[in-house]
Design a protein around this ligand. Structure first.
Ligand code: GLC
Ligand code: CA
Length: 541
């Protein structure tokens, strides 16, 4: 039976940047509440709320100081529960971010833990003595710099996969796991519909604590991880929920234990092959065939056995139009082509706020305009390595996570806040905004709305078989979705110039259901041209 989370389309909300209801420049729960109808109109089936928990905000809420409350910047717990009700009332489900690899250094567990070696919470985190006045080993943080920070009170170092204000929890300790499990049940009993599980591949550490060649050996998919994931799964299975893990380093051949329908730890995972997770300058190495093949490999590996999470943007990535499209002349058309490319693969498609408008990267002029701890640490690291300021700024600007975090563009003047926004609003808001696009039937927004509606109306586009059609062309990616006598063809030119229509596509005599543009010559796909065809009754393959 098809599950609700297979049929639904997800929409990620980054609360800090979505809508500010009280003019303090910070998005909030009441702001989201005002846009429930907007989400309904777009057609999404569930929202994923990025962290709203109390947090000193070193990593924008991914450094949590209390798992069971709401940060006063965003509102309060009753307001959040009311938002859940409002969403449920219009049949939109809600999943929340579960960030349990680490806490904030301001969490009371850590404050106690760091106070003395005999404190009962001490063993809730990972401690090692220094080596010759240095960190215990050579492990590096994902955010650059050592993965260890010295704690004078106990004369030890604590381990952090991310920023030093994000100490990693010690999952070896059964008391830690029990506390996390209890917290998970507390939220599930509040009626949420599932979790997006943050950084979950990192919770197990290499227990030798030896030097490594690559820090992933220390904290990514380390042997023994599955024991902890199975415990989580057994809790998840008690509830009618969905779960999606962030597991960028899992390869297609490793994925089945994670997501197979029967015993998988979660329903789906966000993987990284098509986006080069965290890689500076990574975008430049992306080509159309590599992209098409990465998608195809995942589709084929999981076919009939597990389910994909489909996405091109999130709060950690630059805007897709800048990565795969053209933020200039072909902004809108390329945004549609990108949408068509990934949305109708087999899996649950996710939209990151503003993606449905074709929002673009911010034109950064200085690193001082940025907020992201990862971008700032990376910039400092590059200068330290001897790179010149201009090159370093360029690299950081291209992939800074702040590109996704500038405020949502609601109106020609911004519409995000009546005050001063915590990050600047992109200068293209006069053209790129929800109000203007909702009034224009040819906008990116309407394209997404149509895609969602078409997908919802055709089971072949949800559970149908994926058949690669063109995956080795420098410009064009094409695939079919097939279910009984229902058949669809997606063909997209992802390049900056016109392409000949591939033979396999020319032979498909279907009806056009949706296209990114009506421009172009016969027998050619214009720049960022993309078409969805439908045909009924085909011969068995
Ligand atoms: C995940 C989040 C990212 C955060 C990191 C540490 O990768 O998506 O935003 O910085 O975990 O919590
Ligand atoms: Ca606010």
């Amino acid at each position: 039976m098809t599950q609700w989370w297979q049929k639904a389309v997800g929409y990620q909300i980054y609360p800090k940047s979505f809508l500010d209801s009280n003019g303090d420049g910070i998005g909030d729960i009441a702001g989201i509440d005002q846009k429930v109808d907007y989400l309904k109109q777009l057609g999404v089936g569930f929202v994923w709320l990025s962290p709203f928990y109390p947090s000193p905000d070193v990593d924008n809420g991914y450094d949590i100081s209390d798992y069971q409350d709401v940060d006063p910047n965003y509102g309060d717990l009753p307001g959040l529960l009311k938002l859940f009700d409002r969403l449920h009332a219009v049949d939109i489900k809600v999943i929340i971010d579960l960030v349990v690899n680490h806490t904030s250094d301001q969490h009371h567990w850590f404050k106690e833990a760091r106070s003395s070696r005999t404190n009962p919470y001490h063993d809730w985190y990972i401690w090692k003595p220094g080596k010759d006045g240095q960190a215990p080993n050579n492990w590096q943080s994902i955010f650059k710099g050592p993965a260890w920070t010295y704690n004078p009170a106990t004369d030890e170092y604590y381990m952090h996969t991310f920023a030093s204000a994000q100490p990693d929890l010690n999952w070896e300790n059964p008391a830690v796991r029990a506390a996390i499990h209890k917290m998970i049940r507390w939220w599930l009993d509040k009626g949420i519909d599932g979790f997006r599980i943050d950084a979950i591949g990192h919770i197990k550490k290499l227990q030798t604590f030896a030097d490594v060649k690559n820090s992933d050996e220390a904290y990514t998919n380390v042997d023994g991880l599955f024991d902890y994931l199975k415990e989580l799964r057994d809790i998840f299975h008690e509830y009618p929920i969905m779960t999606v893990g962030e597991a960028g380093e899992v390869t297609p051949t490793e994925a089945l234990p994670w997501v197979n329908y029967q015993t998988g730890f979660m329903n789906m995972i966000f993987t990284g092959d098509h986006i080069n997770f965290w890689e500076a300058d990574g975008e430049s190495s992306l080509t159309v065939p590599k992209l098409a093949q990465a998608f195809t490999t995942w589709q084929e590996q999981l076919a009939g056995r597990g389910w994909n999470a489909l996405f091109v943007e999130n709060h950690d990535l630059p805007r897709a139009v800048n990565v795969y499209g053209d933020p200039g002349k072909y902004r809108a058309r390329s945004a549609k082509a990108i949408a068509l490319m990934y949305f109708l693969l087999q899996g649950t498609p996710y939209i990151y706020q503003g993606q449905e408008l074709g929002m673009t990267n911010y034109p950064w002029e200085s690193v001082d305009e940025m907020d992201d701890v990862a971008a700032k640490q990376e910039y400092a690291y590059r200068l330290h390595q001897g790179q010149d300021a201009k090159t370093a700024l360029q690299a950081v600007s291209d992939h800074s996570r702040d590109n996704a975090r500038t405020p949502m563009q609601w109106t020609p003047t911004g519409g995000f806040t009546t005050g001063t926004p915590w990050l600047p609003v992109n200068t293209n808001t006069p053209q790129v905004n929800a109000a203007t696009e909702m009034a224009d039937p040819n906008s990116v927004w309407h394209f997404y709305q149509q895609l969602i509606a078409i997908r919802a109306a055709h089971p072949a586009l949800v559970t149908g078989r994926y058949v690669p059609e063109v995956i080795d062309d420098d410009q064009v990616f094409a695939y079919r979705r097939v279910n009984g006598d229902e058949e669809f063809l997606v063909v997209v030119n992802l390049s900056g110039h016109a392409a000949p229509v591939p033979a396999a596509v020319a032979d498909f005599d279907g009806r056009v259901m949706l296209q990114t543009t009506t421009a172009g010559q016969p027998n050619e796909l214009p720049t960022f041209g993309g078409v969805l065809y439908e045909r009924k009754r085909v011969h068995i393959q």
